[in-house]
Design a protein around this ligand. Structure first.
Ligand code: DTR
Ligand code: ZN
Ligand code: ZN
Length: 312
């Protein structure tokens, strides 16, 4: 009897049309493990602890951060390169990582700054964005995701000095290279201890055409998880700016920094009204204890679901 079942199964496979056999089913985005993201944050904390308490531009803790993230991506088969620049008398470094495959003329890019301020380890700002896109990148490989578009990641240096690294990267691209980047998604502070759930406002921000669709995709992915969001006009306050200035559609999420959570926001999101979203913003207390796990997890899941949708 077993022989008949095996034979039937073999014939079933054989009956699949070549197209069916070749085309992988559309893969659902994975649920990102917040434990894995927190393990990356613990690594950033260890690096800061071993290097004067920070991961700032021009300091050893920053280069050590770049080296570690690069090692994880090299292990996973990404094509990585370190793009160096100078600022304030010091050498800065961007880490660029390309996922093999996809249409090289249609690039989806995700990024976040890897540097901290000199006064602390920068775990929420911006270890959270850096660790989250790292884990999403690793899960692309782990799940065998085969996007039709080409996916690239960027970890930026010297954001805290004025968006220096991301500007240096975009300025280093030829017009043709810029034209191939169709989407840039920025993640800077995604685990604030008294979190809000903000999506970059494409209209208020006067973002390039195509950005509203990214905003709406991010909003929809939070809504699908029953998480209410607010739009935020981020101005020039993070690394989306250089891409926006180049006419590239941009978007992003944010859980809040120095501003105070209102009573209405606390009613919607929980947390503490009358208190900053992140009381340790740009402070030495921005450590691994300065994280809200739920906000970190939810943003990482939305980053993954948005990437899988946009790059499919
Ligand atoms: N400039 C970021 C923190 C920051 C403040 N407001 C926003 C709005 C959107 C993204 C980031 C931010 C920093 O200090 O790194
Ligand atoms: Zn900052
Ligand atoms: Zn930041």
């Amino acid at each position: 009897m077993k022989i008949l079942i095996a034979l039937a199964a073999a014939l079933t496979v054989a009956a699949a049309t070549p197209a069916q056999a070749a085309a992988p089913a559309a893969l659902a985005a994975p649920d990102i493990s917040v434990a894995n993201v927190k393990a990356h944050l613990a690594q950033f904390q260890s690096i800061a602890n071993a290097n004067g308490g920070n991961r700032a531009h021009g300091r050893p803790g920053y280069r050590a951060s770049v080296n570690w993230v690069k090692s994880k991506l090299d292990e996973a088969g990404f094509t990585t390169r370190v793009h160096s620049f100078t600022y304030g008398g010091a050498t800065g470094y961007n880490l660029i990582a390309d996922y093999p495959g996809g249409d090289a003329n249609n690039v989806v890019m995700l990024g976040g700054h890897l540097d901290s301020v000199p006064g602390g380890p920068g775990i929420n700002d911006n270890g959270t964005g850096s660790a989250s896109i790292l884990e999403v990148a690793l899960q692309m490989k782990a799940t065998g995701f085969r996007p039709t578009k080409h996916v690239r990641f960027g970890w930026w240096g010297a954001e805290e000095r004025g968006l220096i690294g991301s500007s240096a990267y975009v300025n280093s691209l030829t017009r043709t290279e810029k034209s191939k980047i169709k989407t840039y998604l920025n993640f800077d502070m995604t685990g604030s201890p008294n979190p809000g759930y903000f999506v970059y406002d494409a209209v208020e921000g006067d973002f390039p055409a195509g950005s509203l669709a990214l905003q709406q995709r991010l909003e929809a992915d939070f809504a699908a998880r029953n998480i209410p969001t607010e739009l935020i006009n981020v101005g020039n306050r993070s690394d989306h700016r250089a891409f926006m200035a180049a006419g590239i559609p941009v978007g992003g999420t944010f859980t809040g920094a120095e501003k105070i959570k209102t009573a209405a926001q606390a009613a919607k999101w929980g947390g503490t009204a009358g208190q900053a979203f992140d009381r340790c913003y740009h402070n030495s207390c921005d450590t691994t204890s300065n994280i809200n796990d739920t906000a970190l997890d939810r943003n990482a899941d939305v980053i993954a679901s948005t990437l899988w949708a946009v790059a499919a």
